[in-house]
Design a binder for this molecule. Structure first.
Ligand code: PNS
Length: 159
């Protein structure tokens, strides 16, 4: 069975990577779907986010990284998948995730959203926090893979 792990990944964190590694043991193949957030102001371009993910999951077998725009359900269908993986960090994630899962189910009735509960040490990590900490001079080495630390340095140096 093929599962899709969709997200913005702006940028990916060790929390995302942990979900990838766990999800791939549950399904035959995992397609990481990176949203081309055309309307959203992302720090990293779609190409940069895809490249960082590819670098970070390079060693993990049966994982593929692809960009998508439009509806997640259409991306899932075009990848022959009906399973979406989402990480659940805390109760604060629940409302948004619940709404998204129900909306997607309404659009594609065979679709199932599978939630993986974040590991304790990753429950507080978010891409937004990582960007803020880095921007204010803090160390994010514990929160993101090395390639992301380098990419963040490059971004903020060029600003
Ligand atoms: O990492 P994020 O930003 O929480 O991921 C959100 C994502 C990409 C899963 C969600 O925004 C999405 O699926 N967008 C595609 C558009 C869509 O299908 N919207 C309707 C379902 S909510």
């Amino acid at each position: 069975m093929i599962a899709v792990y969709p997200g913005s990944f702006d940028p990916l964190t060790k929390g995302h990577l942990d979900i990838v590694k766990r999800a791939v043991t549950l399904f035959d193949r995992l397609v990481i779907g990176v949203l081309d957030n055309a309307g959203k102001n992302t720090l990293f371009s779609l190409e940069e986010r895809i490249a960082l993910l590819r670098e970070a999951v390079g060693g993990v077998q049966h994982v593929e990284v692809k960009g998508f725009d439009g509806l997640l359900v259409d991306f899932m269908k075009s990848n022959s998948s009906r399973i979406a993986i989402r990480g659940m960090r805390a109760v604060s994630d629940f409302d948004y995730e619940f709404q998204m899962a129900l909306t997607n189910k309404g659009l594609y009735s065979e679709m199932e959203t599978v939630f993986l509960v974040s590991r304790g040490e990753f429950t507080f990590i978010s891409s937004s926090l990582v960007k803020e900490i880095f921007r204010l001079g803090g160390n994010v080495g514990e929160l993101v893979p090395d390639c992301v630390v380098r990419a963040l340095s490059g971004k903020f140096r060029n600003r």
